[in-house]
Write a protein that binds this ligand. Structure first.
Ligand SMILES: *Cc1c(COP(=O)(O)O)cnc(C)c1O
Length: 386
């Protein structure tokens, strides 16, 4: 018997389920030949706005561009400072730097990996213009304290919700729950194929409740052109393709079901780990803060033996990945910012210990059992050796 392989991620099973629908949705686009900002783009914008409980949504070319266009719409420019966590995908900081603004890194909470709101105020200067909280792995950053600081200090808030479409935040039982993306001036989403709602290529979305800001992003994504060939502002070319929108409209219908499937897999991992791997020194499971609806874009454990565990699992046919192996303040391209190892210790330690396990709606129970069983084998072997 060949041992059951567990790929880190696999979209082929999902595609088989929706292949017919996807192909007829694409046929529609082929018939109309409206490849740029066709009717499907607007239809998707309406769906996403409604889903995020935002007034407006604007389809753009990627999650990275969603961040860039939001910053441009807020007139963030050279010399401005923008606060953000270093434990995130590069685009969060790259978008800031591309405008000549300065990313100022704020360390994270060790349990959720999201920006630590108690460390924000000490980083604010007279040049600070905005904060970009990242809702990492599928759960919202602790937004209320952050929004309070932003209000007092008159800072813009751009939510990097690329990993958290459909996540919710509700710190008080009697307060209304809010969706990722609807809490700041802008919410930015990515439909990169591996995200919870993934296109067949690059795509992204910006949401906002502000009609003026919405209009600015709409203009900036088409080179600031209005009417055509008359340019109010210097924009970029960053549109969501009609074909991608057509595919996303099909997949959107399944998003809630897929999210619930991810949540079930996360619960099952939790249960299996508690049953089969109790009290392993230093092994930490994902923590969901009480106020959050976690959508489990990733299921991330941490362990001091991370690198050896990853290698062991790979040899057993189990895929894992590391988000993120080097925090942004230590990246070569940001050396000019003069950060040093030790400056943001919580992020640095996390980058040495985190490991993302396979999680996707189609992941099977047997596969999860193999993952946990092989991890048990790893720790048993170590226990005998040490
Ligand atoms: C994926 C991602 C982005 C960028 O999205 P793209 O669509 O790949 O450009 C930005 N921030 C975070 C946290 C992400 O995970």
């Amino acid at each position: 018997m060949t041992p059951l392989k567990v790929p880190f991620f696999d979209l082929t099973t999902q595609f088989k389920l929706i292949e017919g629908e996807i192909k007829s949705a694409l046929d529609e686009v082929f018939k109309t030949q409206q490849f740029i900002l066709g009717a499907q783009v607007q239809a998707l914008e309406e769906k996403i706005a409604q889903y995020c409980r935002s007034q407006y949504a604007i389809g753009v070319a990627s999650g990275s561009d969603a961040l860039l266009l939001s910053l441009m719409a807020l007139d963030i420019e050279s010399g401005d400072e923008v606060l953000l966590p270093p434990f995130t995908f590069f685009a969060t900081a790259g978008s800031v730097s591309r405008l000549g603004a300065i990313p100022v890194f704020v360390d994270i909470d060790p349990d959720t990996y999201n920006i630590d709101p108690t460390k924000i105020e000490e980083k604010i200067t007279s040049r600070t213009k905005a904060i970009i909280p990242v809702h990492l792995f599928g759960q919202c950053a602790d937004m209320d304290p952050l929004l309070q600081i932003a209000k007092t200090k008159k800072l813009f808030v751009i939510e990097d919700a690329a990993q958290s479409l459909g996540a919710q935040y509700q710190p008080k039982a009697d307060s209304k729950e809010r969706r990722a993306g609807q809490m700041g001036n802008f919410g930015c989403f990515s439909f990169y194929p591996t995200k919870n709602l993934g296109a067949f290529g690059d795509a992204g979305m910006v949401v906002t409740d502000d009609p003026v800001l919405a209009e600015r992003v709409r203009l900036l994504r088409i080179h600031g052109s209005q009417p055509k060939y008359f340019h109010k502002r210097i924009g970029i070319n960053s549109r969501l393709d009609t074909m991608q929108a057509a595919i996303l409209l099909v997949k959107f219908k399944y998003l809630e079901t897929w999210t619930q499937e991810r949540q079930k897999k996360a619960e099952r991992y939790d249960r299996l780990f508690k049953e089969h791997l109790p009290m392993i020194e230093g092994l930490t499971l994902p923590m969901t803060q009480y106020q959050n609806r976690h959508i489990f874009h990733q299921y991330v454990i941490r362990t001091p033996q991370r690198d050896r565990l990853k290698k062991f699992l790979a040899e057993e046919g189990i895929g894992t990945d590391i988000y993120y192996p080097l925090p942004l303040h230590l990246q070569e391209c940001f050396s000019f910012l003069k950060y040093q190892r030790g400056d943001l210790p919580v992020s640095e330690k996390a980058s040495e210990e985190v490991l993302a396990l396979p999680i996707y709606p189609e992941l099977k129970e047997e596969q999860q059992m193999v993952v946990v069983d092989r991890m048990r084998a790893f720790y048993k072997k170590r226990g005998m050796r040490d």
